[in-house]
Design a protein around this ligand. Structure first.
Ligand SMILES: [Zn+2]
Ligand SMILES: [Zn+2]
Length: 266
């Protein structure tokens, strides 16, 4: 069964990623308007009524702000850890969410939605209980890892063996350093519970590189401290300098901030 992924929107202003097979349609986060989600899904031939669930990574507004409107219209299950769900419900502009939609998940415990096996695992980020997800169907694996300030063996173990890596390349360190963000925010972004820089993202990808990897999609770019060409070139430079990485063996792309990107099928 082919696995599919499409970034509906990705960046510090709002995130929503579609992952599916021919039998199951899922969204990771919904930090954009319902209308934008519908436009993105329709563009890749997925009826928004067929979404089987939304998986929340963490309660930051760029990941949850569209969930209330979407849930009221489509009433699909929403998967989140208990702490993340409680924090999500405290987000003031979410509005009322219909009762009974929340499904509790636990980091490091696989669960299934139809023919998809989903594995949530902890990430290093300044939210209450942040997770990243991997998705498996038969022998294919897609990983979605954004909003992590650093990585270790545990993160590497969880992401290893992916056919598609959707991975954060949030900022260029020099642009961030000289940019207009206040000092505390610069410090937060660069911390171990902030976001991955382009260089660190490249290093993580090089660590994960193996022959099964066919697509790397860079996402969650900062509007102020990065731009698509810079993220692409920075990551490519890191990878090109690694003797064990063959850059011709996989496709490297950057997810669009405001609209849907191409549908990747493996
Ligand atoms: Zn975040
Ligand atoms: Zn975020």
């Amino acid at each position: 069964m082919a696995l599919k992924i499409c970034s509906i929107a990705s960046g510090s202003s709002g995130n929503c990623i579609y992952v599916g097979t021919d039998n199951v349609n899922l969204l990771v986060d919904s930090g954009i308007s319902k209308k934008k989600v519908e436009i993105g899904l329709n563009a890749i031939g997925v009826d928004p009524h067929t979404i089987d669930g939304i998986l929340i990574t963490h309660e930051h507004s760029d990941h949850i702000k569209g969930i209330g409107v979407y849930a009221r219209k489509y009433k699909m299950p929403i998967y989140a850890t208990k702490k993340t769900w409680d924090a999500t419900l405290n987000y003031s502009s979410l509005g009322k969410i219909p009762e009974g939609l929340h499904v509790e998940i636990f980091p490091n415990e696989d669960f299934m939605i139809k023919d998809m096996t989903i594995h949530p695992f902890n990430s290093f980020h300044d939210a209450i209980d942040p997770v990243c997800y991997t998705f498996k169907s038969e022998d294919k694996k897609i990983s979605v890892a954004t909003d992590l300030g650093c990585y270790d063996e545990y993160i590497i173990d969880n992401l290893n063996g992916s056919n598609v890596l959707f991975i954060e390349a949030n900022h260029d360190v020099k642009l961030l350093e000289v940019g207009k963000y206040p000092y505390f925010l610069k410090k937060r972004i660069m911390s171990d519970v902030g976001h991955l820089s382009n260089e660190t993202s490249g290093e993580l990808i090089s660590t994960l590189y193996n022959e099964t990897l066919s697509h790397v999609i860079l996402g969650h770019l900062s509007l102020e401290n990065n731009f698509p060409e810079l993220a692409y070139e920075s990551v490519k430079t890191v990878l090109a300098n690694c003797s064990h990485v063959d850059c011709d063996k996989f496709n490297l792309s950057v997810a669009s901030r405001s609209s849907h990107s191409e549908l990747v099928v493996v």
